[in-house]
Design a protein around this ligand. Structure first.
Ligand SMILES: Cc1cc2nc3c(=O)[nH]c(=O)nc-3n(C[C@H](O)[C@H](O)[C@H](O)COP(=O)(O)OP(=O)(O)OC[C@H]3O[C@@H](n4cnc5c(N)ncnc54)[C@H](O)[C@@H]3O)c2cc1C
Length: 468
């Protein structure tokens, strides 16, 4: 069990990072204690902002000896509450946001090594300036940072072609709970030398160690994008379309996003976005380095076969950006509609239509009048099944149904061979789901790993796995 840090412990932390690296005033701490949707509010005696791996190591040595809980935070854009200290003021927040260096871009090796606090956008830009591309892309890319991306194994818009953060990571530097520095910064694509430690930290959400640097894979730049907004009548039509397009375009298909019409309505109404098409369902798809006319031919064939009813191909970069801006505004556009209960599920791509039909029907029975803002990365079988409150219902009364609704939806996803958390992780939000859906053996092995890496339980206590 962790303890409330003593004045001596806090003073020792402060001495390590110096004046620039410690925040104690409420106004300064607040940005680290609130998440953007206002779902979590934390308290902390201080926010530590180390400037080097050595400082992180010194902090953890002291924290481990004093049984003081440490909550690592990078960009504070996580969606499951993992980065927010709890409400009793006993946990110390440790932000990586001063460790932002791009240490190296090795273009010949198609890799870059960066500190954990580098924003995703800065990594994309550094790769671009070296004539390469870092393909991970999320709506939060201006704010989220590599430590958070890797710790949550973030996915995003181009997983279809390039994989999740895990597939994009070659090496990690991690500070262990006792302060030892595990230097796994390697730039290798082949390295079969015993157990794969790097992969244990990816997706561990800060519960096993603090990531301080990462080596990431780079790719050739895309020279040409072909992007279309496509009207489809149903998720079934979208499934047939994605299957056909994958056959025709292979790896050139880099994004295939499905959106219910309500998402477009919200984005138009609340975010001043432009509506490209009228349809019950929409697809935003993108090809990389396709041949001239290839997308057009594919869409014509899709319409002839009844898979699509209409389509607009972006005629220039501005129109392409407008399409993506519409897609990326969907999360934010749900806010003015009142309470929104979120689900981040995945199922085999072939089961997406069945999932949407069953989950929509079950939630409608549970609470009539719910509005379904379903969208997501259909190409990966990952849906954000977001349910906005019935019009006129009290927001808090609606949000009190969060867990009951989650259970209904997650049961359906798991029954179809899916996951109750596709890309956002577990944090504090989905700890009970871990108990419900993971087998006793999986939980046992995970608890064993936690005990091995963090025997005093100082790193993100009670996140991912419930404390016993
Ligand atoms: C608008 C929006 C769109 C999003 N879209 C997507 C999407 O498409 N796909 C997707 O996968 N996610 C998406 N996300 C959520 C996503 O998890 C993050 O944006 C990103 O992965 C988190 O990075 P961060 O730097 O903000 O991490 P934080 O929020 O700071 O932290 C996230 C977790 O990682 C831990 N952590 C942070 N830094 C470290 C570190 N250095 N070492 C160890 N643990 C650490 C924290 O304790 C916490 O548990 C979205 C979020 C927003 C707000």
């Amino acid at each position: 069990m962790t303890k409330v840090p003593s004045a001596e412990t806090l003073a020792a932390f402060a001495a390590i990072v110096g004046d620039k690296g410690v925040l104690t005033k409420d106004a300064d701490k607040t940005p680290y204690l609130e998440e953007w949707r206002g779902l979590w509010h934390g308290k902390t005696p201080m926010v530590l902002r180390p400037s080097s791996t050595k400082q992180v190591s010194e902090i953890l040595k002291i924290a481990n000896a004093a049984n003081c809980a440490i909550i690592p935070q990078s960009g504070n854009t996580g969606l499951v509450g993992g980065q927010t200290p709890n409400g009793d003021g006993s946990e110390v927040a440790l932000s990586l946001n001063r460790m932002t260096r791009i240490i190296e871009v090795d273009a010949a090796n198609d890799s870059t090594t960066v500190e954990a606090g580098a924003t995703l956008k800065s990594v994309q830009d550094a790769a671009f300036n070296a004539g390469r591309m870092f393909p991970l892309s999320l709506a939060s890319e201006g704010s989220c940072r590599i430590g958070g991306i890797v710790s949550t194994n973030a996915g995003g818009l181009n997983v279809l072609a390039y994989g999740n953060a895990r597939e994009l990571c070659l090496g990690l530097e991690v500070v262990l709970a006792d302060g030892r520095i595990l230097n796994g910064i390697k730039k290798l694509r082949k390295d079969n030398t015993g157990y794969d430690l790097r992969n244990i930290f990816i997706g561990a959400e800060g519960t096993l160690g603090i990531i301080t640097a990462a080596t990431l894979k780079l790719f050739p730049q895309i020279k040409r994008y072909d992007t279309a907004f496509v009207a489809v009548n149903s998720p079934n039509a979208a499934l047939e379309l994605v299957s056909k397009v994958k056959q025709q375009a292979g790896n050139r298909l880099i994004a295939f996003e499905l959106m219910a019409d309500l998402c477009i309505n919200f984005a138009v109404r609340n975010m001043k976005q432009k509506r490209p098409l009228q349809s019950p369902w929409h697809v935003l798809m993108e090809l990389a380095d396709a041949t001239e006319g290839q997308l057009e031919a594919m869409l014509e064939s899709a319409m002839e076969h009844g898979l699509a009813t209409d389509a607009v191909i972006a005629q220039n970069d501005q129109q392409r950006q407008d399409f993506w801006s519409l897609r990326e505004s969907i999360s934010e556009s749900q806010k003015p509609e009142g309470g929104s209960i979120k689900h981040d599920v995945s199922v085999p791509v072939s089961k997406v239509p069945q999932f949407i039909a069953e989950a929509t029907s079950a939630v409608s029975k549970f609470l009539p009048g719910c509005r379904f803002a379903t969208f997501g990365h259909m190409g990966d079988g990952n849906l954000h099944f977001n349910v906005s409150q019935p019009v006129g219902m009290d927001k808090q009364a609606y949000l009190s149904k969060w867990h009951a609704m989650n259970e209904i939806v997650h049961d359906i996803a798991v029954k179809l061979g899916g996951s109750f958390s596709a890309e956002h992780g577990i944090g504090t939000l989905k700890r009970e789901d871990m108990q419900r859906y993971k087998s006793p053996i999986e939980l046992d092995v995970m608890r064993g790993l936690k005990a091995l890496f963090d025997p005093n339980g100082i790193l993100c206590p009670g996140r991912v796995l419930l404390e016993r």
